[in-house]
Design a protein around this ligand. Structure first.
Ligand SMILES: NC(=O)C1=CN([C@@H]2O[C@H](COP(=O)(O)OP(=O)(O)OC[C@H]3O[C@@H](n4cnc5c(N)ncnc54)[C@H](O)[C@@H]3O)[C@@H](O)[C@H]2O)C=CC1
Ligand SMILES: O=C(O)C(=O)Cc1ccc(O)cc1
Length: 362
């Protein structure tokens, strides 16, 4: 039996628990210092065993996942390595920053216990075990940041163990991780929050702001609804990187101020051209929880019920659709549907089946 101990069973810890719970050969133990949370975990069936005792959760565990806010990680590692642990166990975390925990853990781990930093790059603005899903990590990147000197064998062992999450494991240097994730995740969260707060203040004198903000504004600021305590810790922890990124951000905004002051339409259009070109090259692998690499495109006439017919055709053939998106739908041209599947085989079968009635592109 492989024992998995999860410390902090919220969105990420709960989703990890669900990747293993109920599968043969695994026992999943959840830890929370709060007896009410322990009760809730058992009631929801997210873990096999739940306890308020760190020692009990850690005892004999093969893999120990720290899924608490970033500010608590260092302390958790220190407490765990003082406990009797199974020789050869791997302690890992899921924190959104990697440099501090990777370095502080390397300084305290002892013989026979391994620490390997981790960051599943999937999630949402939601929090708590109620939002957990066994599909959360599918096709997402899962970054590992082993410190120098960590045996390859142990990194391979953790990588193989994580295959149950269906994420794609990649290795990145911890500091490089914090710089890149700072730019693509932490900075966007700051921008979204600042933008929402700017409009919030305008709305105090005119509630029409809020009423008219239902469409695009709502979409691009989704992440501004993220959990404050989680993000407080991330931003404080990645301080150096973020200060540099915010300086660069000020430069980008200053450029726009100048272009607009000078009514430089060509300069503004150039900014949109440059961003559109780069954005077009971004891999389309993370569209929320159900992401997929295996997409096909179907031209469909724009008439009611067409999506239902396609879904029924696939359902009858037992092909699982993991996502569906209408890319274009106008009365005068055929619409394009993007259908996503979890593997190549399902995408191929769908192409063949739908190709009998529709134009399919891969
Ligand atoms: N939210 C997201 O989309 C992602 C978050 N992460 C990282 O995952 C970790 C967990 O985040 P989420 O699961 O999103 O948050 P969450 O709020 O859903 O879960 C956090 C868990 O930690 C526990 N916790 C909070 N304060 C505690 C304390 N003082 N003592 C003991 N336990 C405490 C909570 O009870 C909860 O079980 C964080 O380090 C975060 O940076 C990583 C990838 C994505
Ligand atoms: O909701 C989103 O789009 C996210 O960006 C979720 C997220 C939050 C924190 C992470 O460290 C990784 C992913």
């Amino acid at each position: 039996m492989t024992k998995i101990a999860i410390f902090g069973v919220g969105l990420i810890g709960g989703s990890l628990a669900l990747c293993y719970k109920g599968k043969p050969g695994y026992t999943v133990v959840g830890h929370s210092p709060n007896p009410k949370s322990v009760e809730k975990l058992l009631k929801r069936g997210v873990v096999d065993i739940a306890t308020t005792s760190m020692a009990e959760a850690a005892q004999d565990a093969d893999y120990l996942f720290l899924c608490v806010p970033v500010g608590m990680l260092e302390d958790y590692v220190k407490q765990l390595v003082e406990l009797p642990l199974k020789p050869g166990c791997i302690i890992t975390d899921v924190g959104s920053t990697k440099a501090s925990v990777t370095e502080s853990a390397a300084a305290v781990v002892r013989e026979g216990v391994y620490f390997i930093g981790g960051h599943p790059m999937a999630g949402s603005e939601r929090h708590g075990v109620e939002a957990a899903s066994s599909h959360l990590f599918e096709n997402a990147f899962y970054v590992l940041t082993p410190a120098e000197g960590t045996p390859e064998l142990e990194v391979d062992r953790l990588t193989a163990f994580l295959s149950e999450t269906k994420a794609q494991v990649v290795r990145v240097d911890a500091r490089e991780h914090d710089e890149i994730v700072g730019a693509i995740s932490h900075l966007p969260h700051i921008i979204a929050v600042a933008l929402v707060n700017q409009v919030r203040v305008y709305n105090e004198t005119n509630p029409l702001y809020q009423n008219l903000a239902a469409g695009g504004f709502r979409d691009i600021t989704r992440i501004a609804a993220s959990e404050p305590s989680i993000w407080r810790d991330i931003l404080v922890n990645n301080r150096e990187v973020l200060l540099k990124l915010l300086q660069d951000w000020n430069g980008e905004i200053a450029r726009f101020i100048q272009l607009i002051e000078q009514s430089d339409g060509e300069g503004i259009a150039e900014q949109f051209r440059l961003s559109g070109e780069f954005r077009g090259k971004l891999p389309e692998r993370r569209k929320g929880m159900l992401t997929s690499l295996y997409d096909i495109y179907v031209d469909v006439p724009d008439h009611p019920g067409i999506i239902g017919s396609i879904a029924t055709l696939l359902g009858n053939a037992r092909i699982n659709l993991s996502n569906l998106q209408i890319i274009e739908s106008r009365e005068d041209v055929p619409g394009i549907l993007r259908l996503s599947f979890r593997n190549q085989e399902e995408a191929d079968r769908a192409s063949e089946l739908l190709g009998e009635q529709y134009a399919v592109h891969v």
